[in-house]
Design a protein around this ligand. Sequence first.
Ligand code: GUN
Length: 285
Amino acid sequence: MTAAIISGKQVSEEIRVEIAREVQELAGRGVQPGLAVVLVGEDPASQVYVRNKEKSCIELGFHSEVHRLDAATSQEELLALVDELNRRDNIDGILVQLPLPKHIEEKAVIDAIAVEKDVDGFHPVNVGNLVIGDDSLLPCTPAGCIELIKRTGTDISGKHAVVIGRSNIVGKPVSLLLQRENATVTMCHSRTQNMAELCRQADILVVAIGRANMIDASFVKPGAIVIDVGMNRLETGKLAGDVDYESAKEVAGHITPVPGGVGPMTITMLMQNTLTAAKRRHGLE
Ligand code: GUN
């Protein structure tokens, strides 16, 4: 049996209809969610991501600002801009596009963003709140993964989830969110022994390792939900996930494609976070 495709594109569109409706309601109360994106330098991939974020803001009726700074911008200049955006009343969310040029310390910049405007969910206070289960702004890609799993109609509670990859931006937060949904979570990484065997026990398999087509059908339990966070550019120019889709889809119950799976969810969750931040800042939650 071939797996059902989980379309992140379609789920994204459904959520965006909801967000647009809420933006209209807020407009009636004189509130417009505002997102400021800061891009330092001219990394081509970052430029595309930033343009897409700006486009989404405009489509959804958000106030949008993009600050494009020269690659030679100093850390002090960047911190001064973050400070100005922290104080600004028409800005609810601040996103500093990563990676930053080598001479700027990413941690110093992330730490400088106001916790209530940290729509990436990268600030240590938001990460800490996620760990202890308090309200926080959730990191976008992990939140998108959970949303996609839920939209399959599966009750996550009690399921065995295996997460491959332990990065701070995907693997670790995904595992915390799955635990919050009462899954039993196993973390796999580059040093894990018997990885295929562990993965074959997973009702839910989340793959975030950054290696094209690594995970084939031999890692997949029949009927499992497979969420592929990978985005690898092949030499041919084509985009490939971390999962060998053609092989895995013959065994999985549900699977996300690349592109069109987790990718579209990341920006949609960013919009959702900005809306949440706006409502919280205006006491409208
Ligand atoms: N660069 C690639 N992905 C991301 C992201 O989710 N947030 C930020 N700030 N930078 C990124």
